[in-house]
Design a protein around this ligand. Structure first.
Ligand code: UGA
Length: 314
């Protein structure tokens, strides 16, 4: 397969690209290296992808000429986006609209013209649900985001389904539930907590710590992407990709304390705007249509994440 991976220098995009290359596929990675977090980390992520089967296109998806890049691609994995639930309020919203909505629409238009394209996989998000009406939440439950970020992820997901129903574009949207593991973004809770543990610093805890997340290991998310590209699923399908963990932040902190061998000190702060109290996804549809199920427990996944952080601090 020849795949375009957008956001190839990011956490999920680079991990997915590494797996595609290891499986013998060709990858065109597109990334704008935006400075949302330290660009040196993104450079480090792509450095390990270098080789004859990987082409890096350092450009902005809003302006780059997509047609020649997509001419011989058979799959697009659209992992690029402006992340960060907590930063999406206020003046920065325009960035979220451009990076999450306009870029997706532009890619979908180009995908319609791509002669060999057989699948367009979109990285959606559990944030589309907001405070969900039921747990575990199914794809049938009504999405109702509680952050501007979630609104943009949902809008782009609707665009994917719209291009599927109107033009038969073979889209599949995967709603990732809080992805973690080696190379997780530095603004996310696990990398922040594990780095604090490695450096002997206190952590910043927002809210009571009783908030629950359905954490999903990055290797499981990569596996879901590969299956979404290879399995025969109806165009426009939307699927939860959830680790099935149902774990509170206080439980996470307990596991980190055991891994690092010394208890983390907590600086407590009020809950941040747009932070949902709980996520929990029902992944039965992904199991039925893709044959996917999570395979890494929170204890195993956090141990691998800790190993990555600790090695960097050795
Ligand atoms: C994560 C990603 O950051 C989003 O990009 C993604 O869209 C979303 O998952 C998703 O599932 O769709 P979030 O669950 O907020 O969002 O991820 P974390 O940064 O791991 O935060 C988990 C919890 O820890 C939140 O309640 C957050 O407020 C809290 N937290 C975070 C802290 O208490 N301290 C921190 O330093 C960071």
């Amino acid at each position: 397969m020849k795949a375009m991976v957008t956001g190839a220098a990011g956490f999920v995009g680079s991990t997915l690209s590494a797996q595609l290359l290891a499986d013998g596929h060709e990858v065109v990675g597109v990334d704008a290296f935006t400075p949302y977090y330290d660009v040196a980390l993104k450079r480090e992520n792509v450095r390990r992808l270098a080789g004859p089967a990987f082409r890096l296109v350092e450009d902005d998806l809003l302006t780059v000429d997509l047609d020649p890049l997509l001419a011989d691609c058979d799959v697009v994995f659209h992992e690029a986006g402006q992340p960060g639930v907590r930063d999406s309020w206020g003046g920065d919203f325009a960035t979220y609209l451009e990076a999450n909505v306009r870029v997706t629409q532009r890619l979908l238009e180009a995908a319609r013209r791509a002669p060999m394209l057989r699948r367009f996989v979109y990285a959606s998000s559990s944030s589309v649900y907001g405070d969900a009406p039921a747990y575990p939440t199914t794809e049938e439950d009504r999405p109702s985001p509680v952050s501007p970020y979630g609104v943009t992820k949902l809008a782009a997901e609707h665009l994917c389904s719209l291009y599927a129903s109107n033009f038969g574009l073979p889209t599949v949207s995967l709603r990732y539930f809080t992805v973690y593991g080696p190379r997780q973004r530095p603004d996310m809770a696990f990398t922040r907590f594990l780095t604090a543990a490695a450096e002997g610093r206190p952590i910043e805890l927002y809210g009571s710590g009783e908030q629950i997340r359905d954490f999903t290991f990055v290797g499981d998310v990569v596996a879901a992407n590969l299956l979404a590209a290879s399995e025969d699923v109806p165009s426009g399908t939307v699927l939860n990709v959830a680790g099935g963990t149902n774990t509170s932040m206080l439980e996470v902190i307990d596991i980190i304390n055991r891994l690092s061998g010394s208890p983390l000190a907590l600086n407590r702060h009020p809950r941040s705007d747009g932070d949902v109290f709980r996520t929990g996804g029902d992944s039965s549809l992904a199991r039925e249509l893709l044959g996917w199920k999570p395979s890494v427990s929170i204890e195993e996944g956090l141990a691998l994440h800790w190993e990555w952080v600790a090695t960097r601090h050795a």
